[in-house]
Design a protein around this ligand. Structure first.
Ligand code: ADP
Length: 845
């Protein structure tokens, strides 16, 4: 038990003893003693201080509390042991007491003698000594250090706790914020993931790229929507098992796919295959699939995943490309034209076999290896290559570019090229490509054609000019012949006539050649008596045959009257050419025979055989090639090499044919074949009474004829010819307009019209005659040197009754005259003449 506790206990005892006494028993002394005893032994520290804070009296508990002895304390002031910071509180409290406040309690600190600071609770009561004036203060002091410390501890704890709560709260708030952020971030991530999944799905759909997974333990499979589409299924038609996948593989490809999977699972090459799948509709599609294997920790395959893509479009394009490539290859390899690709510098990149052949090389490889510089090696004129490059580089392509090249053996050929420049994305020329064609032959032919055309045009003009004077020569000779000449005159006239005719024939031939070459051949088909034609041509040939002592014989039945449908002039021309060849190529004293045979009812074949040198079989095929004289150019025999070519074309134009058989050293037989036709005389109607009566009456009247012609010799020729017809009166004029007036005034029975008039074209004169009621029905016979078919057709269509060509064939003239005017003489029916001369002329070309 502490000292204070002991004292307290004895104080209690003292008070208890005191409690047994009555108030009246207390004397002042006794009371002081008692108070002293209670004061001293009180378990609570007590001190009496004066107004100056001097300890007046202190009890033992007080001394124990502050560590000072009573004596030491009474030497001190309470302020001396008060903790400096609490001095003010002490003073304030003391002041309150002085101001009349009853006892008050407050807390403050003392500094013990050993300097320990203790907390006390001090309850102060004023003490007055009966005069009402407070003189002392009694303080009861309680050590509350423990409590204060506990309180401080608690306070500190509270503070700690609060700080920790605050810290924790802050931590929680931070964590919460982080969580919020995390959540927001996660939401964003989820959103982004969803977006990305959506995009992925879109991308998959666009690319036809599906995703698949296979669990190798369970063989379960997971397919993305696009994978379903790739297999022609909807995602609702669940395929959960690997077997479902296998079923959809095209049967022939199944094994290959399974093997590829097996190899990948065993660590072999990565799984990547192309195979076909069969859609439920039966359609077969191509897919490309690839995938990876996932292994567990022990290296065992657990899962496979990968992609599958529909590549049908690509496959089809590849197939089309392959086919196109094959086609192109075939064209490239087999083309007749040369195909090439070259660098702009002039090196071949690729060439086809045709090009190699063209240049005389054995193979494309040999050509490419041999030619390093096209301009220098191939081009005859390297400037042409420069021109080619300029063209292709500025225009991008060249068409029909012609140039001459050297072949491997040094020979030259002409080529025609079409090419284009192939550029890269920057427009830089990578190479040229194109085709070439050998045009050497065409070049030659063109050259020949050009020369020939120029010659034809010249000949055509010349011969036309020659025909007009010949008209007078032949016409007047024929007239003279009809005027009963003396024998000697007759002979001379004969010479003039035959020379004129020969000259006319020659001119005609020259004209024919030019016309054939210009493609303007005119024919007039009519029944031609074979015997007559042969006789005429043989007559012409006789002088030459005699000259060359060639025996000319003809086994021809003149009375047979066999006719062929032909252009009389051209037919005779061909015969003449064959006979001429036979006579000129057969050596002196040889023989030439002419014959014909009827081939069935359709054809007549005329044969010209000679005992000449014959033609070697290898040359026979060249007989009809223009300008090819088969070596005769080396001999003394003159010729152009055109006769047979011309004959062949004429025969073809007349619907016939020509050919030859020959044996070297024995002779040749040339033949021509033409369609057979009836004699025109067979078509003559049987003359009856009525016709005879008409003829006799018609002969009794004068017929008037108007001749519109500006050439005096022609006018005079017709005048003299008509002098043979006593029943005719001739009106003539050299002007077209005057002719029209005369026609209207005199209404002649016939108008003869020339086409080349000084004032009006003959065409206009005819049109106006036909347009006028007075002259419309007068038959008009056109007489012109222009014998073109177009011209004849045009004038016949415009109303001409006949078209006669100059030089006039007198017999034919009278025939036409008779027909159109009924002016005496033997007449042919109109249809017999016009049919043959006009209609068949139209059919002939
Ligand atoms: P040419 O003007 O040279 O006679 P042709 O076209 O008439 O031209 O004949 C062509 C070639 O055919 C002649 O150059 C000649 O070599 C040959 N030929 C034509 N007829 C005979 C023939 N009867 N006998 C031998 N060779 C002939």
């Amino acid at each position: 038990m502490s000292e204070i506790a002991k004292k307290a206990s004895s104080a209690k005892d003292a008070l208890a003893a005191a409690a047994g006494l009555s108030r009246h028993d207390f004397s002042a002394e006794r009371a002081n003693e008692l108070f002293e005893r209670i004061f001293q032994e009180a378990p609570i520290a007590m001190a009496i201080v004066d107004l100056d804070y001097r300890f007046v009296q202190v009890n033992a508990a007080m001394c124990e509390m502050v560590g000072y002895s009573e004596q030491e304390l009474t030497q001190l002031r309470s302020l001396d042991i008060t903790f400096p910071e609490d001095v003010d509180v002490t003073r304030q409290n003391a002041q309150m007491l002085l101001n009349g406040a009853a006892g008050s309690s407050f807390e403050k600190r003392y500094v013990r003698k050993d300097n320990e600071v203790i907390w006390i609770n001090c309850t102060v009561h004023p003490i007055e000594l009966g005069d009402g004036q407070p003189r002392y203060r009694l303080g009861m002091v309680q050590d509350i250090t423990q409590r204060k410390r506990a309180e401080e501890e608690i306070h500190k704890l509270n503070q700690d706790l609060e700080q920790r709560v605050q810290e924790r709260t802050a931590e929680l708030q931070a964590a919460n914020r982080e969580l919020q952020n995390d959540i927001a971030e996660r939401k964003q991530t989820e959103e982004a993931l969803r977006e990305s999944e959506k995009r992925l799905a879109q991308a998959q759909r666009i690319a036809h790229l599906g995703y698949w997974e296979r669990d190798l333990d369970t063989d379960r499979v997971v397919w993305s929507n696009e994978t379903y589409r790739v297999f022609g299924l909807s995602p609702q038609e669940k395929v959960n098992h690997f077997a479902g996948f296998q079923e959809r593989i095209y049967p022939e490809d199944r094994e290959m796919v399974m093997q590829a999977i097996e190899k990948a699972l065993k660590g072999g090459p990565r799984y990547e295959v192309e195979y076909r799948v069969v859609w439920p509709s039966g359609e077969v599609r191509f897919v490309h699939s690839q995938g990876d294997v996932i292994l567990d920790e022990s290296g065992q395959p657990r899962r496979m995943f990968g992609t599958v893509q529909d590549v049908t479009g690509r496959k089809q394009a590849e197939e089309a490309l392959r086919e196109a490539e094959q086609k192109y290859r075939a064209i490239f390899e087999n083309a007749v034209e040369g195909i090439f690709q070259t660098t702009p510098e002039g090196k071949y990149i690729s060439v086809n076999p045709a090009l190699a052949r063209l240049y005389g090389y054995d193979s494309p490889a040999e050509l490419m290896a041999s030619v390093g510089d096209i301009a220098g090696t191939i081009y005859v004129d390297p400037e042409r290559r420069a021109a080619f490059k300029r063209l292709i580089e500025t225009k991008g392509s060249v068409e029909l570019f012609e140039y001459e090249v050297f072949r491997k053996d040094g020979s030259k050929i002409w080529l025609c090229e079409n090419a284009r420049a192939v550029r890269d994305v920057n427009g830089v020329i990578m190479y040229y490509e194109g085709t070439v064609e050998d045009i050497t032959e065409r070049k030659l032919v063109d050259e020949v054609k050009r020369a020939s055309k120029a010659k034809s045009e010249f000949l055509s003009r010349m011969s036309h000019e020659l025909r007009t004077p010949l008209n007078a020569i032949l016409g007047f000779s024929q007239l003279l012949e009809r005027q009963k000449p003396t024998e000697i005159q007759q002979k001379r006239i004969g010479y003039i006539l035959s020379a004129g005719k020969h000259l006319l024939g020659l001119i005609n031939e020259v004209l024919d050649i030019s016309r054939i070459e210009a493609g303007r051949m005119q024919l007039s088909l009519e029944p031609v008596c074979i015997a007559d034609a042969l006789e005429e041509t043989l007559d012409l040939m006789r002088p030459l045959a005699t000259e060359r002592t060639i025996q000319l014989s003809a086994s021809v039945d003149i009375d047979a009257g066999v006719h062929v449908l032909a252009d009389r002039q051209r037919f005779k021309q061909v015969l003449l050419n064959l006979l001429n060849n036979a006579v000129k190529y057969t050596p002196f004293c040889g023989g030439v025979t002419v014959s014909y045979n009827v081939n069935g009812n359709d054809k007549v074949r005329v044969l010209v055989s000679d005992t000449g040198p014959g033609i070697p079989p290898e040359k026979l095929a060249r007989l009809f090639t223009p300008f090819d004289r088969l070596g005769a150019e080396q001999s003394a025999v003159e010729g152009t090499g055109l006769g047979l070519a011309l004959s062949q074309r004429l025969m073809q134009a007349m619907g016939g044919s020509i050919g030859a058989d020959s044996a070297v050293g024995k002779g040749s037989t040339f033949w021509i074949e033409l369609p057979r036709t009836k004699s025109p005389l067979e078509k003559l109607p049987v003359r009856n009474e009525a016709n005879g009566a008409r003829e006799s009456t018609s002969q009794s009247r004068i017929r008037s004829i108007l001749y519109i012609e500006d050439n005096l010799s022609n006018l005079s020729l017709i005048e003299q010819m008509l002098a043979e017809r006593p029943g005719t009166a001739l009106l003539t004029t050299m002007q077209g307009k005057v002719g029209l007036d005369l026609a209207r005034q005199h209404s002649p029975d016939l108008i003869l019209l020339d086409l080349h008039l000084p004032d009006l074209p003959g065409w206009d004169v005819l049109s106006q005659l036909k347009a006028n009621a007075t002259t419309r029905d007068i038959p008009v016979v056109v007489i012109s040197a222009d014998a073109t078919k177009r011209q004849i057709n045009r004038l016949m269509a415009a109303g001409a009754a006949h078209y006669l060509t100059k030089p006039l064939d007198v017999t034919k003239f009278f025939r036409v005259l008779d027909e159109t005017t009924d002016i005496g003489g033997t007449k042919l029916p109109a249809e017999a003449i016009s049919n043959v001369e006009v209609k068949e002329a139209c059919q002939s070309t």
